[in-house]
Ligand binder design. Structure first.
Ligand code: SF4
Ligand code: SF4
Length: 164
């Protein structure tokens, strides 16, 4: 985000990495379950207030060095697999199209059945989260392995990182 904003001519003065529940999180395999929580929101409010304070005195910002933020530089290109996407339990599906509307890549077409183009799926899980009947679900070993790994290895609570 910092790099994109800078490319567009903005001068980022602060950044933060806040934590949200992972889209693969389930009751059995929680991954940052319940985040952001009350403590996170307090920190976000304080972060916002600090930025507002700094913006109130723009002259003091002139000449400040470029914002530093941690990250895995240089970025690696991520190529999503072309054969993985959520499935639909047609017996539970009520053809509401909520999944199709939630999909950011238009990978889902709702007709007689719910059809998904795996090559267009970026594994975001929006359709699974949005489905009101639980018809939309992951049933792929690759996702299962990722879910298990994350749930096992990312159990410890982590705190948001602020860059100012
Ligand atoms: S996981 Fe995301 S990209 Fe894939 S079909 Fe569902 S909403 Fe679309
Ligand atoms: S959101 Fe669920 S119930 Fe609605 S069309 Fe999609 S799979 Fe079917």
């Amino acid at each position: 985000m910092r790099d994109l904003a800078t490319e567009q001519g903005f001068v980022p003065i602060a950044a933060a990495a806040f934590i949200g529940e992972h889209s693969y999180s389930t009751e059995a395999t929680p991954i940052a379950h319940g985040r952001p929580d009350a403590l996170d929101l307090v920190q976000a409010q304080e972060f916002g207030a600090m930025i507002r304070e700094r913006l109130a005195a723009p002259a003091a910002l002139r000449g400040t060095p470029p914002l530093q933020a941690s990250g895995a530089y240089p970025y690696r290109e991520w190529i999503p697999p072309t054969d993985v996407s959520p499935i639909t339990d047609q017996a539970l599906c009520v053809k509401c199209s909520d999944c199709a509307r939630a999909c950011p890549t238009a990978a889902i077409v709702v007709g007689e059945v719910v059809a998904t183009a795996p090559a267009s799926c970026i594994l975001c899980t929006a359709c699974v989260k949005k489905c009101p009947t639980g018809a939309r679900k992951w049933d792929h070993p690759r996702i299962g392995r990722s879910r298990e790994w994350l749930s096992t290895n990312c159990r410890e609570r982590k705190n948001p990182e602020l860059y100012v």
